[in-house]
Design a protein around this ligand. Sequence first.
Ligand code: ZN
Length: 263
Amino acid sequence: MSSGVISATDYFERRRLGPLAFEALVREREQARSRSHLSLDEELAIRTARVEELRRGVLWRNPGPPAPPPPAKTEPAWSRTAKKKPTYPWTVTLKRNARPGFEVHLSEGVCRSMIDSFSAAAPYRVETGGFLFGNQPLNSFGGSVCHASHPAPNAKHGSTTVSLGSEAAIRDELGLDQEYFRRVGCWHSHPTEDPTPSTADMDAWAQYLWARAGERHFEYVAIIVTPGSGGLGPEFHGWVTHGARGRFVCEPAALSDRSGYCS
Ligand SMILES: [Zn+2]
């Protein structure tokens, strides 16, 4: 082949296989000459198998015995979610229809800030969210939110999920002092009109309380923002998770807002 002369058969073979596979074939042929003790049929069988192998892109390497078929799946696809769910040392009970006994006061600009982040994420059809900060600790009747942050730089946005990222990064970015700005909760958006917290939502909120049980954190506020109906813009739905010793309850919280966005 290095002579530069190529037969018509080889020419078409080269075009069919491509240069790399063709070179391998020629090399194979040269090796085949040393197998001259084989019968014509045996030689043909080897070559046919080799050409098939080359066409599949398996070049020069011995592919070894075929891989065993993958083991049959013993569980149906729908059980994947259930299997993934880790077990936690706490329980959260959702009381979706409870009458709100907890009131969250939102300072001027809190809803505006959530609307801005919500609008920024809307074209990408992903969920977004951030942290809620207050100047005072919450008590069992309610509390105040003075700032709703945008998502942290390392937040992860999915179509039906959002990971809020690092609170420290947001504090650094906004210059929020740890003493004065306490994290009292978080907010996130839902793509549909359903403001009901998911199990993952409630587990994340409970986890926050569980991790801070020694710091007398007994309430955690969450706001779920939905697109809103009737073209009037986003709607805000308050939730509070409270409890102690790993037995938490999540129920609606009343939101009140001076600027009137949320009420
Ligand atoms: Zn959610």
